[in-house]
Design a protein. Structure first.
Length: 466
């Protein structure tokens, strides 16, 4: 869970990158950073926190030059620490090199152990750092060739941006797990995790960076290469379900449109007679609109969100019921009292949010609560960049739907089926090419960790996070 943005050949590169990162803030709120270049030197700024808090005018003025890459981070690999904030910047034999990564490398631990045995000293516990070491160790000449030889060794998910004092390079792994798009802003190229970043900076959307593509951008223009071993694309389905912003075009469709289609499919599969459809904001809103439109049941915002929730809050000694969820959401009693309600959310992880919200709604007088989830049960962890916990923490990995319903205290609970999810993505078509990774629902991992390394590898990812 991270967002990346890059711009090449723009007189206000860092200002534009700052706006781009702000649009991608939903992809990571832990830390943010930027590296820029004026063709001679590189300039860097990274901090823990939100984009709007980290960058101010003096900071952006110091990020000089006409090219910049930036990153917003939510840690899925490496601890929540400033040393793991990106872009990761090094000075090596060929000069400065910065890298920003969205994804998870599944063989990072093996490569790291091997390099450490040869004496390499790592500065972070991020998987991304192995790419930098492999580039530095390569015998090839140019950064591009060195990068290609490094990428031939790594496996997993990676959408990358690299910056030197001469070039910007965008890469998407052969499976295309995470999104990455290319745009144009007058004479400059822009690259971002999602198109919503282009809308803010008024760049035009050209196309996706294709799975397995390396785009080399210099003052002479952009050149595309596909030197990596081909794979059948496996786009992350969870980008549609939860992660991406609804106003982005991802994998060829708007996220908002796909989420509404999830809601419509769910309505077909598990319609129920009710007075209201209410979403859990913000994640359930688009799908709840689809569910309400398909069933004709009125849509209401029965839960109101407080948008100013920080990381931790001190609870008073006399405990408050549903404290955690109440900080973020509150029910409108006039809307919900005496009503049969369909509550829509995008997914259930541990079921704590749903359980607390149901209690809150009942407290405010709701008569019946029918919980509808616009994805299939999340049963398996993600190794490709979404922070889905281990199997033991995923309630659906060890409990049947009826047991989860009992735990949540809903009157009924229904999930979208895997087939319904596929139909929604295919725009209702029965046959279309389904190029998605749905391992979190199906357990079908397109790319496994090297045999027996899952636990060890995940330990590298979650060190110090506990
Ligand atoms: P839980 O209370 O653990 O069942 O969490 C469910 C809520 O978490 C849902 O409202 C989802 O929108 C949200 N969610 C799903 N996946 C993730 C994730 N990987 N990181 C953060 N939130 C998530």
């Amino acid at each position: 869970m991270c967002g990346i943005f890059g711009i090449f050949n723009h007189s206000e590169a860092s200002n534009i990158a700052y706006l781009g990162l702000h649009s991608l803030q939903h992809r990571g709120q832990e830390s943010a950073g930027m590296v820029s270049t004026d063709g001679y030197s590189v300039y860097s700024h990274r901090e823990m926190g939100l984009v709007s808090d980290i960058f101010d005018e003096p900071t952006l003025e110091k990020l000089r030059g006409n090219a910049a890459i930036g990153h917003v981070r939510y840690s899925t690999a490496g601890s929540s620490d400033i040393k793991n904030a990106q872009p990761f910047l090094v000075e090596y034999a060929k000069g400065p090199l910065a890298i920003a990564h969205n994804g998870n490398l599944t063989n990072a631990k093996i490569i790291r152990d091997e390099l450490q045995n040869y004496g390499s000293i790592f500065q972070s516990n991020m998987d991304t750092e192995v790419i930098v070491h492999l580039i530095a160790l390569s015998h090839e000449n140019s950064t591009l060739e060195r990068l290609i030889s490094a990428l031939r060794r790594v496996e997993g998910s990676y959408s990358l941006l690299l910056l030197t004092d001469k070039e910007m390079i965008a890469v998407r792994d052969p499976y295309g797990f995470r999104p990455l798009v290319l745009g144009k802003l007058k004479d400059s190229f822009v690259v971002a995790s999602e198109t919503c970043a282009f809308d803010l900076v008024e760049a035009s959307y050209l196309r996706e960076i294709e799975p397995g593509e390396i785009l080399h951008i210099t003052k002479d223009g952009a050149r595309s290469f596909k030197p990596l071993k081909k794979a059948a694309p496996r786009f992350c389905i969870f980008e549609y379900i939860y992660f991406a912003r609804p106003d982005s075009d991802v994998f060829g469709r708007t996220v908002y449109g796909v989420r509404k289609a999830f809601g419509r499919e769910l309505a077909k599969e598990s319609a129920i007679d009710a007075d209201l459809v209410i979403p859990i904001p913000d994640s359930g809103i688009s799908a709840a609109i689809g569910y309400a439109q398909a069933t004709g049941i009125p849509f209401e915002m029965g839960l109101i969100r407080n948008h100013y929730v920080g990381r931790t809050f001190i609870e008073p000694k006399e405990s408050i019921r549903h404290f955690g969820v109440k900080l973020k959401l509150n029910a409108d009693h006039e809307t919900v009292r005496g009503k049969k309600i369909v509550v829509v959310d995008d997914s259930i992880v541990r079921a704590t949010t749903g359980r607390k919200i149901i209690k809150m709604l009942r407290q405010q007088g709701a008569k019946e609560i029918h919980f509808r989830v616009t994805s299939p049960p999340t049963q398996f962890p993600c190794f490709y960049g979404i922070d889905t916990p281990s199997r033991s923490e995923l309630i659906a990995s060890s409990h049947e739907v009826e047991e989860i319903n009992t735990y949540m205290t809903s009157d009924t609970l229904e999930y979208l089926s895997i087939d319904g999810m596929k139909r929604a993505i295919g725009n209702g078509a029965d046959s279309f090419s389904y190029n998605f990774c749905d391992a979190c629902f199906s357990g079908h991992y397109p790319l496994r960790f090297p045999w027996g390394m899952e636990l060890e590898q995940m330990e590298l990812f979650v060190q110090d996070k506990k």
